[in-house]
Design a protein around this ligand. Sequence first.
Ligand code: PGA
Length: 263
Amino acid sequence: MAKRTPIFAANWKMNKTLADLQPYTTRLDSRLDEVCDQVSTDFEVILFPPACFLETAARLVDDSEIQVGSQNSGPAPSGAFTGELPPRSLREMGIEWTLIGHSERRHVFKETDTLIAKRLQAALEGGLSAMLCVGELLEERKAGKTMTTIESQLKIVKEVVSSTKASHFALAYEPVWAIGTGENATPEQAQEVHAFIRKCLIKNGWSEGATVRILYGGSAKPDNSGALMGQPDIDGLLVGGASLEADTFAELVRNGLTSRLKS
Ligand code: PGA
C-alpha cells in the first residue's frame, strides 16, 4: 500500500495581516526544522492564507518545505466569474494546493455540491492539488445522519477525480459542530468517519479510497493532535484557530507526528 505521508494544514481563513506573514513563515520554518530533528519522518505542511496574501506567501516559502494553498478556487478554467480565482493562474503563482468545499463555503456562502464539483474539476485540470472538505452539521449527527451526509458529499469524488489525478487529491473530514467551537470530535468519533469514508469510496468504485489521505479538522490543538493522529485512518490535521501562531501550530505538528510514529 502506498505510504500516506501526513499533512498538516494551517487554514488562516480571513485572519491576520500581510505584515504577519513574513514573521510567521520564518518562525514556522525554523520550528519545523526542530520538529524534523526530533521526529525523523516525512510530513507535509500547507499554509492556506487569505487570497490577497498568496503571491507573497509563495515567495516567502520558496526556500522552505512549506507549501501554499488557496482557500478556494474558481469553478472553470476562465470566464465570466467575477470575484473568483482562476486555477491555472494560482498554479503560475506557485500555489500548489486549494481547499474545495470548506464548511464555511458550504454553509455560510451556500455552495452546493454541484458548484463544488465544478471547482474540484477546474482545480485538478488547472494543475492544482485539491483538498475536498466534507462534514455533517450538529443536527445531522443528532439525527443519526452523519454517514448519509458524508456519503452524499463524497459522490463527486468518483465523478471528478480520475485515477491519474488521485495523487493530487486529499480529503478533510470536518464535522461542522467541531469547527471553531473548541469542541473537537473524539479520536474515536473521527476514526469511525474516516474509516467509513475509505469504505464508501471503495464501494462506489473509487479504488484509491484505500490510499487517499484524509485529514481531520475541527478544534485540532497541540493537546489533542497526538490522540487524533494515533488513529489508523487519520492522515493529518486541517487547523484553523490553532494555526494562527507558528509556535502553537509547530507544537501541534510535533505532537501529532510523535503519536503517529508510536501507533
Ligand atoms: P478550527 O477550524 O481548527 O478553528 O476548528 C478548522 C477549519 O475550519 O479548517
